[in-house]
Design a protein around this ligand. Structure first.
Ligand SMILES: NC(=[NH2+])NCCC[C@H](N)C(=O)O
Length: 404
């Protein structure tokens, strides 16, 4: 499987997802904000909703669904990979020296749980009684939990030119990208097929970028949100690699207001077909400053790119890139519904094929506008899933689609 994608809507053939697990039960009223949740979810109900989502995708597309947990277990059966991941995970609490004994004393399954759901001092003491951490409180985390893992969109992004491995902005998500990168770089099914675009070799603390900010406009153009989560510097480096690679000819940098409801570019628009876009009108019509990166010159190792600040709205940019653009507005044209439904990721539908989407059933006005425009809408429940403030697109990392 060549890990590149040239559209947001080609018929889905393979996707990576994560069924919420024990990491969700780590959320409390006190840590939920740090861990980027609006509320404390009920895990079993959340799993039922997620299973329903997975079933809908399977039945509608026959796509192969990869589960993060299974892939992680297969990847860390290689002890060297496990050791490195464990060391990285422990470095947050400056306890990397415990990696050796953890890998030696814990089973592969216990290690994968520790990597995803975190581990507390007293939990590890049960497994390693003489743990040398006397000065730590029993309830402190040795490895912090990663409850946002079910938002697989954000940990990496596939583009027409190759793969971006994210560098996550928020403390509560930083470890997720390490897990996913370890899988793509070491799992036999993927390791030889990923052409890495970012981070640049030798950059040890790369500027931040998250997958939800990356939208493929066509096989020649990619848009990246300069947002709460993605930095200008990362966009510059991604643009340079993509343009040097040669498939993509234009990279747009779209400035989003740095606020939670616009955390990623995919919270304001998604592409559903060759000329069909779903948008949150308030964001799109605002002149979100947009810059365009193109290739100036490239000979051998020397690549120079040019950045032009555009004086037009994102809407105008989309109209230029997508001929005969048709726009569907969130909330069926009603501002108040649009506001409510944008909060619950109405714009964040997941396209499983041209004009075929999975959408939260709660976003009823948006779903109505989609159907009126001839889009097939497969609805899923979201009472618990939505508590993490992400929608169907956020929960999926497509790995293969029919090319357009
Ligand atoms: N692609 C997206 N819009 N992802 C939404 C992620 C939500 C997650 N709780 C966060 O704050 O990071």
């Amino acid at each position: 499987m060549d890990l590149r994608l040239n559209s947001e809507f080609g018929a889905l053939k393979a996707v990576l997802m994560h069924r919420p697990g024990r990491e969700i039960d780590r959320l409390t009223p006190y840590n939920k904000e740090l861990l980027l949740f609006e509320d404390v979810p009920y895990l079993e109900a959340m799993q039922r909703e997620h299973d329903y989502f997975t079933q809908v995708i399977k039945q509608a597309t026959g796509a192969r669904i990869y589960g993060l947990h299974e892939l992680l277990m297969e990847t860390i059966s290689d002890e060297k990979v496990l050791f490195k991941l464990m060391e990285e995970a422990l470095s947050v609490s400056r306890l990397s020296h415990l990696a050796e004994s953890m890998v030696a004393r814990l089973s592969t399954s216990e290690c994968s749980t520790a990597l995803m759901a975190g581990i507390k001092v007293h939990e590890l003491k049960r497994k390693i009684p003489k743990l040398p951490v006397v000065d730590l409180m029993d309830f402190a985390y040795i490895i912090p939990p990663s409850p946002n893992l079910y938002f697989q969109r954000d940990t990496a992004a596939l583009t027409p030119g190759g793969m971006i491995f994210s560098s996550m902005k928020m403390e509560g998500r930083q470890r997720e990208a390490n897990i996913v990168r370890a899988i793509f770089e070491n799992h036999p099914e993927f390791m030889d097929n990923n052409h890495k675009i970012y981070p640049i070799d030798g950059h040890n603390s790369p500027a931040c970028i998250e997958g939800g900010d990356v939208i493929i406009i066509s096989d020649k153009a990619v848009a990246i949100g300069n947002s709460e989560r993605t930095d200008e510097k990362a966009i510059y480096h991604v643009a340079k690699s993509l343009l040097a690679e040669g498939t993509v000819e234009r990279v747009y940098e779209v400035h989003l207001p740095k606020q939670r409801n616009f955390m990623h570019l995919d919270t304001v628009f998604t592409i559903l077909d060759e000329n069909l876009v779903l948008t949150y009108p308030d964001a799109l019509e605002a002149v979100l400053k947009t810059s365009l990166y193109t290739l100036k010159s490239s000979d051998n190792d020397q690549v120079h790119i040019k950045r032009t600040v555009l004086k037009e709205s994102l809407l105008t940019v989309l109209e230029k890139e997508i001929p005969y653009l048709e726009i569907i507005q969130l909330g069926n044209g009603n501002k108040e519904y649009a506001l409510r439904e944008q909060w619950f990721d109405g714009a964040n539908v997941f396209a499983i094929g041209p004009r075929r989407v999975v959408s939260y059933s709660r976003n009823k006005y948006t779903n109505r506008s989609l159907r009126d425009a001839g889009v097939e809408v497969l609805e899923i429940p979201s009472s618990e899933l939505s508590r993490g403030l992400g929608g169907p697109r956020c929960m999926t990392m497509p790995l293969s689609r029919s090319s357009i």
